[in-house]
Design a protein around this ligand. Structure first.
Ligand SMILES: C[S@@+](CC[C@H](N)C(=O)[O-])C[C@H]1O[C@@H](n2cnc3c(N)ncnc32)[C@H](O)[C@@H]1O
Length: 235
């Protein structure tokens, strides 16, 4: 059984990382750009309302607003929310950023045309992960689309982690490479849910047009492998 079934320690660790000034990415991910412009034509941008769940410091929300879309951002860490607001203010961009957890979003049903959730759900335990996918479905308008990236069960975090509950791993420092600055080192102590493809299919079975792709990259001449599912779905 997990030592922390609600993963509150993981969320507190994210808060601490933002307070310490974690080096969060500032540029949008290419897969998000392709999904955005492929599904929500830029010429009609102001007709679409998009939500970025777990927006961090706001790199995707700010990009989408900059391109003319209506955007809302939510994030568990209040410090990240403040930093996203500061960044948007500096750019003279107005985005409603607020604090909430992915599995309890403060919006009515069928509010959004599109939802992006980039590398967030893996930080939730199994049951809250499932609840978060239900929230995404609830919040989408009929025909609305989502793009979600999650780490999968082939990621290095599984091998450097300790199994604490089914599919859930507490990241430890077992990779013997502590002198190098690998992305998972800042996550030591966090628990992450790393799901195989059939579990993702189960979680997203209420959606239509489900497409799941894998993206991987390696470090140290293939010694370590980072692996994620790219999940595309429609309500
Ligand atoms: C790897 S970062 C990604 C941030 C952002 N999506 C991006 O692409 O830059 C993971 C984010 O998930 C947030 N997070 C962790 N648990 C969460 C939860 N239960 N609800 C919402 N956000 C959460 C963290 O605070 C952190 O900002």
């Amino acid at each position: 059984m997990s030592s922390d079934p609600k993963n509150k320690a993981t969320e507190r660790q994210w808060e601490k990382l933002y307070q310490q000034g974690v080096d969060a990415p500032r540029y949008p991910n290419g897969n998000v750009l392709r999904w955005l412009f492929g599904n929500f034509p830029k010429k009609d941008a102001d007709q679409f309302h998009l939500l970025d769940i777990g927006c961090g410091m706001g790199r995707h929300a700010i990009m989408m607003k900059h391109e003319g879309y209506n955007v809302t951002g939510t994030e568990y860490s209040q410090t990240a929310v403040n930093q996203a607001k500061d960044w948007a203010n500096q750019l003279e961009i107005d985005i409603p950023f607020s604090q909430s957890s992915a599995d309890e979003q403060p919006f009515p049903d069928a509010t959004f045309d599109g939802i992006v959730c980039f590398s967030v759900l893996s930080y939730l335990p199994y049951d809250r992960y499932l609840q978060a996918t239900r929230e995404i479905h609830r919040l989408l308008k009929p025909g609305g689309q989502c793009f979600i990236i999650v780490r999968n069960d082939q990621d290095v975090r599984k091998t450097v982690g300790k199994l604490t509950a089914p599919h859930q791993y507490k990241i430890t420092a077992q990779d013997q490479d502590q002198d190098n600055d690998y992305p998972w080192h800042k996550e030591v102590g966090m628990e992450q849910t790393l799901l195989p493809k059939d579990e993702i299919q189960k979680f997203f079975s209420v959606f239509s047009d489900l497409r799941i792709e894998e993206v991987t990259s390696t470090l140290e001449n293939r010694k370590y492998r980072e692996a994620s599912w790219l999940i595309y779905a429609r309500k």
